[in-house]
Design a protein around this ligand. Structure first.
Ligand SMILES: O=C(COP(=O)(O)O)[C@H](O)[C@H](O)COP(=O)(O)O
Length: 318
């Protein structure tokens, strides 16, 4: 492998993130960090500068896969900022150490926020979920571990049906599950004590960017008086929004919505497939993180504390 060549694992991970074989913000972050560790191990760079350049190239390839989950650039930033040393060996070690620390931190954060989220759930509660979020599931699983009986109403989550993954995982945790189509959500809010979702990004104003449909669910939950929380470890805080940038919403392929043959039969129509939406802070009751729970409007203080150094792009060509 020459200096700038990407390790096959980087290409494979990038393709898997783009195709959503690796999906969900936390899982994407872990996958990208681990691909950087492979790049570090396999780079046969002859000089420290060549090694650094190959790591930046790998990070750029991973960065371009999906635009919305900020956990991805935050993961790349975490690792590249800790890359240090005067020799290739020292640099290599600093990267693999940083990746190990990052992944351990992700796991710990999810466990810690799970406890916080679980404390909001009472024995006998029914929770409505949307999409598949490992942070959200950590809250339900922790509540079950605390001995609480929890039931779930799981939204299917068109077009990719991530609700099926949630349903399976909750069943495995011993939680009785009722699966509903997305448009049945308002009806079943009558039976829910909480709505619990994850996040791909949290903006400085407390806006929650999550799977498309979250904002409509939040508005309906407010109308029905059902509290809604988002479980999001701090790797989901979006540093660029501190300086007024907005979060890019990924538009995905039209054939996720309608099969080409069916579309052909219908005739000339436009199809749009935004993958995420923004829930304004006023419709969200709490953001649950590994540092405790926050009203959405106050999340900016945590963001400044943890990401105040800005959103530099250490993967850019110097
Ligand atoms: O919206 C999604 C996944 O969207 P997609 O399926 O398009 O990636 C999840 O709610 C968040 O990523 C949080 O997940 P986690 O809590 O696991 O980070």
């Amino acid at each position: 492998m020459t200096d700038h060549r990407l390790a096959p694992d980087v290409e494979e991970t990038a393709a898997a993130i783009a195709s959503m074989e690796i999906r969900g913000a936390a899982t994407i972050a872990a996958g990208a960090a681990e691909a950087l560790a492979t790049q570090a191990r396999e780079a046969d760079a002859e000089s420290p500068e060549a090694f650094r350049a190959s790591m930046r190239a790998a990070a750029r390839r991973l960065r371009e896969t999906r635009p919305t989950a900020v956990s991805l650039p935050n993961a790349l930033r975490y690792v590249l900022r800790r890359m240090e040393g005067r020799s290739v060996e020292a640099l290599r070690e600093s990267v693999t150490d940083a990746v190990a620390a990052f992944v351990a931190q992700l796991d710990r954060a999810q466990e810690d926020l799970g406890q916080v989220g679980a404390n909001r759930l009472a024995d006998g509660d029914t929770v409505m979920t949307h999409c598949h979020s490992t942070d959200a599931l950590a809250c339900i699983e922790a509540a079950v571990d605390q001995g609480k009986h929890i039931e779930a109403i799981v939204k299917e989550t068109r077009p990719r049906n991530q609700g099926h993954i949630t349903a399976r995982q909750l069943r495995e945790a011993g939680v009785p599950v009722t699966l509903v189509v997305d448009s049945a959500a308002r009806r079943y809010l009558n039976e829910a004590d909480h709505v619990l979702v994850g996040a791909d990004s949290i903006a400085a104003d407390g806006g929650v960017i999550n799977k498309i449909g979250t904002s409509g669910l939040a508005v309906n939950a407010r109308e029905r008086g059902v509290p809604i929380m988002t479980a999001a470890q701090t790797i989901k805080l979006h540093p660029e929004t501190l300086t007024g940038h907005t979060v890019e919403i990924e538009m995905r392929a039209e054939d996720e919505v309608i099969a080409p043959e069916t579309r052909e039969e219908i005739g000339e129509i436009a199809v749009e497939n935004p993958a995420f939406d923004v829930t304004p802070p006023r419709y969200m009751d709490a953001i649950v993180t590994e540092h405790g729970q926050f009203p959405p409007e106050s999340i900016v203080t945590l963001m400044r504390e943890l990401f105040g150094e800005g959103a530099a792009e250490p993967w850019a060509e110097p």
